[in-house]
Design a protein around this ligand. Structure first.
Ligand SMILES: [Zn+2]
Length: 156
């Protein structure tokens, strides 16, 4: 899953890697926004304007993914004192790998729950979308970037 074609950075004291497949996701997000969503919602603009807005939105999308995973990592380190191996972003989202297991169910709940909570509070787009919906939404990205996968990552 995490091949050698991962570009690594240090963000907030954590090793953060970006697999080349992240570009596929960002490309699809930008392309669908520029070709469908934005022209449909805001007609009469230039193609260039749609693409600038779409690329900016794709960048914000990536930033929200990074914030989400960083919140898991910070919670694991601060709340449970568990070392964070690294955080990797790839085709299906992000994975924060921790060394060992979180000791208590309460800590597991905190570390798992902080990610979605961060996404809700840092993303005005998601918050507005949720506010416009009367029903409560299901788990948003927890199926692809949950703590369960993080703890049992591919480091063994
Ligand atoms: Zn998560």
């Amino acid at each position: 899953m995490h091949g050698s074609r991962t570009t690594k950075f240090a963000i907030g004291g954590f090793r953060v890697g970006f697999d080349w497949s992240v570009l596929i996701v960002l490309g699809l997000v930008a392309w669908s926004l520029a070709s469908q969503v934005l022209p449909g919602g805001f007609p009469g603009q230039s193609t260039q304007a749609y693409w600038i807005a779409a690329l900016a939105a794709a960048g914000l999308f990536l930033a929200s993914l990074v914030m989400h995973e960083l919140s898991h990592a910070v919670a694991a380190k601060r709340v449970a004192g568990v070392e964070v191996e690294d955080i990797t972003f790839w085709l299906f989202g992000g994975v924060a790998r921790i060394r060992g297991e979180l000791p208590t169910p309460r800590q597991q709940l905190l570390v798992a729950g902080i990610g979605p909570l961060t996404s809700l509070t840092t993303s005005p787009f998601i918050t507005l979308w949720m506010a416009n919906r009367k029903k409560s939404a299901g788990p948003m990205r927890s199926s692809t970037v949950g703590r369960g996968r993080s703890a049992r990552g591919c480091n063994r």
